[in-house]
Design a protein around this ligand. Structure first.
Ligand code: GLN
Length: 293
């Protein structure tokens, strides 16, 4: 079988099993099997696969057809240019969250520049807290893009935090990061204040989880999805408790689900936050709220 035939056969099989973007998935699985960047496949369409390669690919396609996420099979994903290892212990980073991270590091860099211009000795770094860090993707992107900032990654799940730690090391930003095992803000010491609190908390209503794609409901940890009866539990908690952990000029940035914008805005304004922006994602859906107090 040639590379091209393998792609076509795998794509047909995946499509039949209800996998979205079957051709792209087939190409990425084959690229993973052959340890080649996907684009290199196009230069090798006529290359024959060895028996071992064919067997390996069959195994990968079988896993994907059972709706195991592509990123779990390949073991990693790219987030804001950082390589992030994924596992069953944390939510697979989503492309739309890259926008949240980008808004975060732009604000944080502005804070870092201002602090540097104040010429305080010793230098005071800009700081951010990633609340519910999961794989650590947001925290790591902030640390990678804002080279003087100090970032705290907080999560309630020890396995997720271990993964975040591993990802920080992989991206060589661990020296400027802290990892905090905490239920909400409980483990943070009083007086610990950040320039930025950023979060992509669980926001699916508990009863809706069963209606999600198998890749999500069967593989993302429940704790990373479940936002309580109406999906909004974590926003209530953030709106009520985050203030004392922000400096006066600080900001909170949160991602939320499609259709939740009005509810999230009300939750924050009810707690006397000033909502600065509700930002749309690339498909023009309101998905991020930025507030200060
Ligand atoms: N902060 C992580 C992410 O955005 C985890 C989010 C979560 O578990 N809800 O991918």
């Amino acid at each position: 079988m040639t590379v091209l035939e393998a792609i076509q056969k795998s794509a047909d099989f995946l499509a039949k099993k209800g996998v979205e973007s079957a051709r792209l998935n087939a190409e990425l699985l084959l690229a993973h099997q052959l340890k080649l960047p996907r684009m290199k496949l196009y230069l090798n369409f006529d290359r024959g696969l060895t028996a071992a390669e064919t067997d390996g690919l069959r195994e990968l396609v079988k896993r994907r057809s059972a709706r195991e996420p592509l990123q779990h099979i390949t073991g990693s994903t790219s987030f804001c240019g950082c390589e992030i290892s994924v596992s069953r212990h944390a939510l697979v980073p989503r492309p739309e969250t890259e926008l949240l991270a980008e808004l975060g590091w732009k604000f944080l860099q502005g804070r870092a520049d201002r602090l540097a211009s104040q010429d305080a000795q010793p230098r005071v770094p800009a700081t951010a807290l990633d609340f519910g860090a999961g794989t650590g993707c947001i925290a790591i992107a902030l640390a990678a893009k804002c080279s003087t900032a100090r970032i705290t990654a907080l999560d309630i799940a020890p396995d997720a935090l271990a993964l975040a730690r591993q990802n920080a090391a992989l991206n060589k930003v661990a020296v400027r990061m802290e990892f905090l095992l905490s239920d909400g803000f409980a483990a943070l010491s009083e007086g610990n204040q950040f320039d930025l609190i950023i979060s992509n908390p669980p926001y699916i209503a508990s009863a809706e989880i069963e209606t999600l794609d198998p890749e999500v409901k069967d593989y993302d940890p429940r704790g990373a999805l479940d936002g309580g009866p109406d999906g909004l539990d974590f926003y209530r908690r953030l709106a009520a408790e985050a203030k004392s952990f922000l400096i006066p000029a600080g900001k909170i940035m949160v991602e939320f689900g499609d259709g939740q914008a009005d509810a999230i805005r009300s939750i924050f304004t009810a707690q006397k936050w000033i909502v600065e922006t509700v930002q749309e994602d690339y498909s023009h859906r309101a998905r991020i709220l930025i507030a200060r107090f």
